[in-house]
Write a protein that binds this ligand. Structure first.
Ligand code: 5GP
Ligand code: MG
Ligand code: MG
Length: 189
């Protein structure tokens, strides 16, 4: 059987580096949420954030948090966002009056996040923070505004390549790679 490793041009972050960085973010998130009087909901953006969310929630394991997912579609199987995200599966948890932490795999144009932030604000969240595993600031088209005293956390700044692994896919594959790597461009060009 073919190995996924052969499709990776270069590893950007190893499993060990990812784990160490998530411990740091978890500590920062926990410190900010500590003593919060309102409820806290971690909302993962499916599917890409599933591993990051799973690792992050365990770093704040002593805090009472609800966990849910939303599903947004804007990508298809290509490598470029089409700029018009649609929420295809909404949260089940009631976010009214609560602090929401949106957990994303990667922020690229910012379209997905800005759509989700407005959506959660409209549902009555008292604050919306964002915790993204990767951030590609060079590609930003939309500047999203956090809600209330929401904060922005990010794992790593990502160079302008199409990356896969640690939850992130190309055509639904590569999510199970334990590291993040640059996909060989000949595979999608
Ligand atoms: P945005 O709406 O910010 O343009 O794109 C957000 C979504 O596009 C991300 O949550 C992610 O699912 C996908 N995306 C953006 N850049 C990459 C990338 O380099 N690799 C992968 N696998 N997905 C990406
Ligand atoms: Mg995503
Ligand atoms: Mg994808």
């Amino acid at each position: 059987m073919a190995s996924l490793h052969d499709d990776i041009e270069r590893v950007l972050w190893t499993e060990e580096e990812i784990s160490a960085r998530i411990s740091e973010i978890g500590t920062a998130v926990a410190a900010d949420l500590e003593g919060s009087s309102a409820g806290v909901v971690f909302v993962g953006v499916a599917t890409g954030a599933f591993l990051f969310l799973a690792d992050l929630v365990r770093r704040v394991g002593r805090l009472p948090v609800e966990v849910d997912f939303v599903r947004v579609e804007s990508y298809g199987s290509g490598t470029e966002s089409n700029g018009a995200p649609r929420i295809t599966c909404d949260v089940k948890v009631d976010v009214r009056g609560k602090h929401v932490l949106l957990v994303e795999d990667i922020v690229d144009s910012g379209n997905t996040l800005s759509c989700l932030i407005s959506h959660l604000e409209a549902k009555g969240a008292s604050s919306v923070s964002v915790c993204t595993f990767l951030d590609k600031p060079a590609r930003r088209k939309v500047h999203f505004k956090l809600v209330g005293d929401g904060k922005f956390y990010r794992g790593f700044e990502c160079p302008n390549y199409f990356v896969v692994g640690y939850g992130m896919d190309f055509a639904e594959l590569y999510r199970n790679l334990p590291y993040v790597g640059i996909l060989k461009p000949e595979l999608y060009q």
